[in-house]
Structure formats: C-alpha cells, structure tokens
Write a protein that binds this ligand. Structure first.
Ligand code: CA
Length: 503
C-alpha cells in the first residue's frame, strides 16, 4: 500500500496508481481516513502542532496543526524548515571508503586528439552570436539533405546555436559563465573537438573571445565571417564548402574500444514526483556507484535541489577543501537568489506538488539520491569544465534546459530522471530518460528509455535497475542503441546560464 524509506519516517508514500481509499488498511494497521492520491504522503501516527515530519529520516517540515494518523499530509499542513546554515556544516567527517574497482567494462567510442572520447560523430557548426542562428540552421538543413548522405560514418550535423553573444556586458564577472560554457560546448568531444566556427562580424563575443586561450582552434578551424560575404547565397555556399571538407575528415573516423572510465555522465532530474526519491533517483545512484568504481566521471548538479541536503553532502566530501568548495557554491547561489528577491522555495513547480512533493526540502532529499554513496571527489563552479574522475558536484541551476546546457560542456552521456514526464533531449549527447513510475513508462512507451517504477512495485531492486542503466549507458555510448530522444530527433535549445547584465 505504501513505501516508507527510512525506519525513522513518520509518513509514507502511497504506491497504488488509484491511491488509497478511505478505510484502506495497511499490513501494520494504519487506516487511511480520507482518499489519498498515489505518490502522496499518509500520516503513520498522530501529529501535534509543530511536530517534525520525517521522510528519508530527515525533517521535511513541521505540522502546522493537529494531524490524525491515516490523514493525507498535504502541502498546506507542513511548514517548511529553514535551510541548513552554511557555517555549521561538518567538513569531510564521514568520507565513504572507496568501493572495490570494477574492471572489464568497455564501450566503443571516438577517441579525439586531445584525449577526450566522443559517443557520437557529429559535424558541429559553432556560432558566436544569435544573429547568425537562422542562417546557420538553414545551412545545416541543406548539409543534412545534400551532403550528409555521402558520409555514412557521420551521425549528424548540428548548428550549435544559442541566445548569447551580443547586447551583453561582455566584461562583467557574470559573463564569464556563458562564455566558458559555450567555449566548452563548441569544443565538444562529440564534434571531435574541432567545429566549424560561424561569426557575424560586429558581435561582442568575437571568435577570439569565445575561444579565449584556445587560439589554435581558430587556426585549425575554418572561421566563416558573414559580414565578409556578398549575400545570403554566398554565405550559405561558404558554410557548405567548409562543411564538405570537414565531413570528409569526420567520415574517416572509426569507433574504438574505450574503458568505461572514459565516460563523463551528467545526472539530472526534471518533473520530479514523490517516487523519484525512492525509485529512479536511487537507481541512478546505484549506477553512479558502478561508474565511479569503473573509474568514470559522474556529475550531479542543480544547486537549489542540493541546498537543503547540503548537511548530508559536506561530510561526504573527500577533503575539507572539497567540502568548502561545496559550501562556496551554495553561498553563491543563496546570494544570486537574494539578488533577485527570491529564495530556494521558488524551485518547486505545480507538477512537483501534484506529484506529492510538499516543498523543496522533500524534493532535495530525493534529488541527491542520484549521487549514490561514494565520496565527493571535486567541485566545479558554473561554466567550469569537469576534469576530475569520480563523483563531482558541478554547480548549475536546476532548470532542466539550463542545467543540461551547463553539463553538456563536460559530459558525453546524459541521464535524466522524471516523474511527471518530459520529452527532453539534447542534440550533441544522447539523453537516457528514466521514469519514477511504471504508469509513466507505459503511457510514454516511446519516450521513456528505462522504467524504475518496477522498484516501487517490487518487480526489481534498486541495484538491478542501477545495473540495467549502467549497461544501457555502455550500449548507448557505443552507438549500439539509440535513445528515444535521438530516435525522434528531440533536442531542446541551448540555454547557457547568464547571471551577467544584458545591455
Ligand atoms: Ca532539473
């Protein structure tokens, strides 16, 4: 009838798709005294006003009135606690012991000159500014239709377009974040680290600004500057001519066997529900532990979904310096939200609440389950490329398309968990979508790649789904399997995080 996550919990989640009817009795004698929808919380005992409400063994809020056992614990019955103070956290006090190495797992990838490994072989058309986006997308459509069929080893042609590049305070401190993000994406392993570069001419983010210290890129890549060309047809012809030469090089590449340690996996959730924290997110956590054991990089992100669980994470930091870096990123985001006169409670959506998540505390406690159980090895700031192996916290907003864009700067495969459902995808890396409930996996049979709802119904364990996901990642990375988002060509627009001023 229900799932209780932790022995201390005094609430539990209703499992049955039809919810619990009034009078329904659980094996241990708790009787529902009203109708409670699926994935919402039932009171396992009587609560007096101000009593703590515990889920995941943690306080997710306090009762703001008397609540009898068997009640539906709705969002409006719970007062949200304050966020954990950042100056009282334990630093590296309970660092998990390393798990035994996992050897022998490989995938077939494209090894690049810089040592990075691609999971796809894509011709990328990097852009410096939004002004050129429609023209570059026009050229990309023509390249796909007229040139790509002659180069069967190339997977796709992608116009790397975005909303940044001009009309911004390009030297303001906040501008460094979108510029760095777009630099790393432009040099992505899945584009062999060598894009064509398309520029307008008069924009603030000139090619030399976009690539900063990486000027060799501009020497080896073909930079096409629109304002040097005679007209639209000549611009498109210049892009297509450069693309044809580049396609010939990319077509000569072959996949080769790479150790699983070459995977760089970005983890994210979107449209979460109360099941996310007991099914898909722990299963992703189990897969994360396997990846770490195999020597790979696993990124978890989404500051506002980590903030309320930070007291569980700083003790797991490998060193006090790593713990302090986690706190630094939390403080940066607290200040950022305060500057916009918002706080962490702005995170939860109507869908989260419909799915049974009362507040950001409950959402965060479920969200961090994606990070598994290993030591946190390193922390990357917004826009910084992740280079460490092991479990890494990469600071990003929680917004799906912004987090995905930020993680794209580093990752070569993406895992996305969802409860309410979203058809999310990216053009440059495969996105594996994992559902929290079987009902969603059945309803969206041609969008969800893996069903973790089997855990709630007792048909699979967290470890089994984690292993299924690990194997699926190796198959998808190798190109042996395509994700549903790839199958349908679903790619959300890039949305770099820009905390800097627009002019
Ligand atoms: Ca998200």
């Amino acid at each position: 009838m229900y799932i209780r996550v932790h022995p201390r919990d005094n609430v539990a989640i209703i499992v049955h798709p039809d919810g619990a009817a009034p009078g329904a009795q659980s094996p241990n004698g708790i009787v529902a005294i009203e109708r409670i929808p699926q994935s919402h919380k039932i009171a396992l005992r009587n609560f007096a006003p101000h009593d703590p409400i515990l889920r995941y063994g943690q306080v997710i809020g306090h009762a703001n009135r008397a609540i009898p056992a068997g009640s539906w614990i709705r969002e409006d019955l719970i007062d949200m606690p304050a966020a954990p103070p950042l100056d009282q956290l334990e630093l590296s006090t309970s660092v998990p012991e390393p798990l035994p190495p996992l050897t022998g797992h490989t995938f077939e990838g494209y090894r690049n000159l810089d040592g990075s490994v691609g999971t796809r072989n894509i011709l990328g058309l990097a852009t410096t500014v939004q002004c050129v986006a429609p023209t570059v997308e026009y050229a990309a459509r023509r390249i796909k239709a007229e040139l790509l069929p002659r180069f069967p080893n190339v997977d796709d042609v992608v116009a790397v377009t975005h909303s940044y590049g001009c009309g911004v305070a390009i030297n303001a401190p906040g501008a460094a974040i979108p510029i760095a993000t777009l630099r790393h994406i432009s040099l992505h392993a899945n584009m062999a680290g060598q894009p064509l570069v398309v520029s307008l001419g008069c924009e603030k983010m000139q090619p030399a600004v976009l690539f900063s210290n990486d000027f060799p890129v501009l020497e080896t890549s073909n930079v096409i500057r629109f304002q040097d060309q005679r007209g639209f047809s000549e611009i498109v012809a210049a892009i297509m001519e450069a693309a044809e030469k580049r396609l010939a090089i990319l077509d000569g590449r072959r996949r080769q066997t790479c150790p699983a340690s070459d995977l760089i996996v970005g983890l994210q959730c979107g449209g979460s529900d109360a099941f996310s924290g007991v099914t898909c997110n722990p299963a992703v956590g189990a897969a994360a532990d396997l990846l770490v054991r195999a020597g790979a990089t696993v990124m978890f992100s989404e500051v506002t979904e980590v903030r309320d669980a930070i007291h569980l994470l700083t003790p797991r930091a490998e060193t006090p310096d790593v713990a302090r870096a986690l706190i630094r990123e939390m403080q940066w985001y607290d200040d950022y939200l305060a500057g916009g006169r918002a706080d962490r409670s702005a995170n939860t959506t109507p869908g989260n609440k419909r799915g049974g998540l009362a507040n950001i505390v409950e959402k965060a406690l479920g969200s961090v389950a994606k990070a598994g159980n290993t030591a946190i090895r390193a922390v990357a700031s917004h826009g910084e490329k992740v280079t460490a192996k092991g479990l890494v916290f990469a600071a990003t907003p929680a917004s799906d398309f912004i987090c995905g864009t930020q993680q794209l700067a580093s990752m070569n495969i993406h895992v996305f968990t969802t409860g309410e459902g979203t058809p999310y995808g990216l053009s440059l890396v495969p996105v594996i979508k994992v559902s929290s409930r079987t009902a969603l996996a059945e309803k969206w049979h041609d969008l969800i790649d893996l069903d973790a709802g089997r855990i709630a119904t007792g048909h699979a364990t967290v470890e089994e789904v984690g292993m299924d996901l690990f194997r699926m990642m190796l198959d998808v990375a190798s190109g042996r399997k395509k994700t549903w988002a790839e199958h349908w060509g679903l790619a959300n627009a890039l949305a770099p995080f820009n905390p800097g001023p627009v002019t």
